[in-house]
Write a protein that binds this ligand. Sequence first.
Ligand SMILES: [Zn+2]
Length: 125
Amino acid sequence: MAEDQGRWVLTRDIGFINSRYTDLVYWVRADDRKLQAEEVIQAFKLDLARQSLLSRCAKCNGSFLPDPVGPADVESLQVPEGVLLRQKEFWVCAKCRSVYWKGSQYEAAISRLTQMTTRLSLNSC
Ligand SMILES: [Zn+2]
């Protein structure tokens, strides 16, 4: 399936490397999750720009609708009442209709991204 879609398979399973799909398999060498992320970013020269990250649905990898919507637009999409009261903007996955907002998980992801960007730029000097 990955081969048909031109996608890579990331794996720590060395046995999988020896399978017939070797052209599209990348063997992740690091054990630590943070180091694995950094290894893959460097190996594939991925863009760490903030706008390119957090631009895909975590549940289905679908794209978000182009513009954020307000609380009234997502009331029927299983968003907690407190979140509807606190947040002004929501992003909706065009494929599965999952809803995202800039809550604590978003802030934590941005913080991790900033730290990773700093580490990678320091390592490349
Ligand atoms: Zn989705």
